[in-house]
Every structure is written in structure tokens, then in C-alpha cells.
Design a protein. Structure first.
Length: 457
């Protein structure tokens, strides 16, 4: 068969592939393919990278071969070989039975958002429009918006942190949606740290870490959710660190979320921690009453139901843990009303939610106290456990011990253990000391009172 005929067949097949798999997939995966030769019934196609080869073989191999066989019955096999672009250019033309068509030679790989295969799907409800902004989250919101709206990297990484159910994932998805809408050609990948880890471990097992790395090479914006899960997994951290650095070096945007600030992430290597914290760190605080009220209003509107003000206020007052639980509570109340065909009332709400409300009559934990107090005095939570004796950490630590004694039913030794394994006499001393200070210093007393109220609210 002449070269011309083979080239013509290849062109037709490429057209078919483009129609079948769509423009985006074609551009990313199929356009870089070049026809090399046909040898003894085997069509040999070259791709520039190994990752691309694996991808093409598993996803399109069968189809390409069957299209060839239909055009030319003597073709019985397909061979996809890796030929780096440079090497291919240097190859003497005579060696290839079929010269690649100029248009397809060394076509650059242009990924167009087919990266859902690597990342996780986005929740269509998690958009900026559906995100209610209030004091506790306005900074994180503004930072996320900024990243979504700008084409240059302004801070890298954007590190979002906050407790569970406060909207971290929502904000990340919102950034991704926004970027995709503005510029569908930018490739945005969102995935959980767990998924990242899983993929890496699998790559290790198949001795294919090169392919793993290449997956992330062409990404414009990489988002990794719940990065605290990487803590303690050394080899994953190592890989993450390298992926992270190479993307940053290439000027790609990275967005990370975690349940703690970079400095409080446990089991993280120091260099990774400091790297994570060197962009913009934005925390989402626990919800305020006003924000909860706003969220209820917004969700009710989305669902198209009328929620009486009294009920909204009641929910905002009682369900304080996080937005996810608040949403769940509202959904239950609405579902119940629709099921029995009656309006939502304060009574029905209390009845439907009685188990939840009891759980939310909450018990304060020592961890919460440590976190709140650390935040209040602007020290690291880790310093609650550390051996540092400097006044600026020792005093807040004593305050936290004192509040733990006041607000929980834990014993002195139990409290001591939670503070880096300190002795119960240390706790006793702290309690005495803070009581003394309270009595002698009104502004200090007010501070403590404020903390107590915050913890109890
Ligand atoms: P996180 O990732 O921080 O654990 P999520 O982003 O999953 O929390 O949020 C939990 C739920 O609460 C989601 O359904 C999300 O849409 C909703 N949510 C959180 N914050 C807000 C907000 N400010 N406005 C509207 N919905 C919110
Ligand atoms: Mg989340």
C-alpha cells in the first residue's frame, strides 16, 4: 500500500475519532498521534510520551484498530510507540514507511479540560452564586474569587482551612466552575488528597510514577482537598511536594484545603508545611448566627419553600455545629412538611429534629477550647501541647486549662494529658493562677468571660 493511501486512511480515521470522541478529547489525546508505518499488518503509531501511550491504548486502541481494519482488511494489529518529539524530528525519513502528514507531525498536546478523568467531578450546586457570605467566611470567599477571576497567579498556593462542613469544598468547586466558564481551555483539576494518595500508591505498585507525574504536568489549576489526610504518609508527601513545587515553578495555580492551618498540620514534613503556608492562608471560621440565618434563607429560597422567620431563627440558634448539619436539619423539616402536607411550624420543627437538637445541646471538648483559646491569643494550637514556657504561650495555655476545668467534666489528670502530658499539679496551678488574675484584672476577666461565652454559644 502506498504512503499516500495510508495517509488518506489515517486522515479519515482521525476525522472519525474526532466525531466520535469530541473535540476536547481529540485535541488532548488523539491529535498528538502520528502514523509511523504499516508493517506486516501492524499499524504503528507514535505518541510523544509514555503516559499518552498508556492512555491512548486503554481508551482508544481498540477503536483505532477496528477503524483501520474496516478500511484495510490486511491490518490486524496496532502498535503504539513512544517517540519523543525531538527524536522523531531527527529520525531519517526513509526509516518510516509512511511519512507523517505535516499537519499532525509533532502536534503539541493541548489539554482541554478532559481532566475529569484524573480529578473528581464537581458538584453543580457548589457555585459562588450559592455561597452565602458573612463575616466568618468573607476572607476565604474573597481570596477564592480572586483566584477564580484572575489569569495571573497572585498567591500560591491559596490555602483554605477550617472545620468540617464550613464550605471549603464548596468554595473550591466554585473556583473550578468559574474558571471553566470563563475559559474552558484552562485545565482545572480538583481532587481529594485521599484520591491523590490512592493514585500515587497505585502508580508505585505498577511502577509507573512517571505517568503519575505526567498527569499533573499540563494542569493550569490544581486543587487538592482535605490535605490533612496526607499527614504521616511519607512517600505520598514526598511526591506531593515535588508535584507541588514543579507546578509552582511553572506558574500554575494551586489551591489546597485542610482542616487546620499549615503550621498545625500534624505528621507533615516541615518543608512541606512551610511551603504550604507561603502563599495566602485563609481560614473559614465557625458560622455566626447571622450567617446561619442567611444560609437558611438562601437554601429555603432555592428549594422554593416558605420557612417562617421564627423557625429560621430557631434553627440558626440551635444548629450551630456546621453548615452541613444545618442544611441537613432544614432538609428534614422541609421533607416532613411536604410529606404530611402541612406548613412548617416551630412545633413541627422541634418534633422532627428532637434527636438532633439534643445532640446539639452540646458538650464542649478540650480540643475546642484549645483551638478557640489559641485563636484568641494568636498562638499555634500545637503550643497547647508543646513544652515552651515563654509567657506568650504559657499564659494562654493556662487559660485553656482553666476553661477546660470550668466547662468540661474532665478530671485534672485527664486535662493534663490533653496538654502534652502535663502533670495534674500543673493544671491545678494554672487554675489557681487564672483565678487570681481574674480577680485582680478586670480586662483580663472580661477576656476570659468572652472566651467562655464564645465556647458556650
Ligand atoms: P467542608 O468542605 O468545609 O467540610 P462543604 O464545602 O462540604 O464543607 O460544605 C458543607 C455543606 O454546606 C455543603 O452542602 C455546602 O454547600 C454548604 N455550605 C457551606 N458553607 C456555605 C455557605 N457559606 N453558603 C451556602 N452553603 C454553604
Ligand atoms: Mg470538604
Amino acid at each position: 500500500m502506498s504512503n499516500e493511501i495510508s495517509s488518506a486512511i489515517w486522515t479519515r480515521i482521525r476525522g472519525r475519532l474526532r466525531d466520535e470522541f469530541g473535540e476536547a478529547a481529540f485535541k488532548s489525546w488523539l491529535n498528538p498521534l502520528s502514523l509511523l508505518e504499516i508493517d506486516d499488518g501492524v499499524v504503528r503509531i507514535s505518541v510523544p510520551t509514555r503516559f499518552l501511550r498508556d492512555w491512548v491504548v486503554t481508551h482508544y486502541g481498540e477503536r483505532i484498530q477496528s477503524l483501520w481494519s474496516k478500511e484495510d482488511a490486511s491490518v490486524t494489529g496496532l502498535d503504539v510507540v513512544v517517540l519523543p518529539t525531538a527524536a522523531k524530528a531527527a529520525q531519517p525519513a526513509a526509516q518510516a514507511a509512511v511519512r507523517p502528514l505535516p499537519a499532525q507531525a509533532a502536534a503539541p498536546c493541548e489539554p482541554v479540560n478532559v481532566n475529569e478523568d484524573i480529578g473528581a467531578p464537581l458538584d453543580p450546586r457548589y457555585t459562588f452564586d450559592n455561597f452565602v457570605v458573612g463575616k466568618p467566611n468573607e476572607f476565604a470567599y474573597a481570596a477564592a474569587r480572586r483566584v477564580a477571576e484572575s489569569d495571573v497567579v497572585s498567591f500560591n498556593p491559596l490555602f483554605l482551612y477550617g472545620g468540617v462542613g464550613l464550605g471549603k469544598t464548596h468554595l473550591m468547586h466554585a473556583v473550578a466552575w468559574h474558571i471553566r466558564e470563563r475559559n474552558p481551555r484552562r485545565s482545572v483539576i480538583y481532587l481529594s488528597a485521599e484520591k491523590f494518595m490512592y493514585r500515587f500508591v497505585r502508580a508505585l505498585r505498577f511502577q509507573d510514577t512517571m505517568a503519575f507525574k505526567e498527569q499533573f504536568r499540563s494542569v493550569d489549576v490544581l486543587m487538592i482537598d482535605d490535605v490533612q489526610f496526607i499527614g504521616g504518609k511519607d512517600s505520598t508527601q514526598e511526591e506531593f511536594f515535588h508535584t507541588f513545587n514543579s507546578l509552582v515553578d511553572q506558574g500554575r495555580q494551586i489551591i489546597i484545603s485542610a482542616d487546620k492551618s499549615p503550621s498545625d498540620l500534624q505528621g507533615m514534613e516541615e518543608r512541606l508545611r512551610s511551603r504550604l503556608g507561603c502563599g495566602l492562608v485563609a481560614d473559614i471560621h465557625a458560622t455566626s448566627y447571622e450567617l446561619r440565618l442567611g444560609i437558611i434563607g438562601s437554601k429555603a429560597e432555592q428549594m422554593g419553600v416558605h420557612v417562617p422567620v421564627k423557625v429560621a431563627e430557631f434553627l440558626a440558634h440551635k444548629i450551630t455545629s456546621n453548615v452541613r448539619e444545618l442544611e441537613g436539619a432544614l432538609n428534614r423539616v422541609v421533607a416532613h412538611a411536604q410529606l404530611v402536607g402541612r406548613d412548617i411550624t416551630l412545633e413541627s420543627t422541634q418534633e422532627v429534629l428532637h434527636d438532633l437538637l439534643r445532640a446539639n445541646d452540646r458538650r464542649i471538648t478540650i480540643e475546642e477550647i484549645q483551638k478557640k483559646v489559641a485563636e484568641h491569643f494568636n498562638i499555634r494550637v500545637a503550643d497547647m501541647h508543646s513544652a515552651r514556657r515563654a509567657r506568650q504561650v504559657a499564659r494562654p495555655r493556662q487559660v485553656a486549662m482553666y476553661l477546660s476545668k470550668q466547662l468540661t467534666s474532665r478530671s485534672l489528670p485527664e486535662i493534663g494529658r490533653k496538654f502534652g502530658g502535663r502533670d495534674h499539679t500543673t493544671v491545678m496551678h494554672a487554675v489557681k493562677k487564672i483565678e487570681e488574675l481574674r480577680n485582680g484584672d478586670t480586662s483580663f476577666a472580661e477576656d476570659i468571660e468572652l472566651l467562655r461565652r464564645m465556647l458556650e454559644s
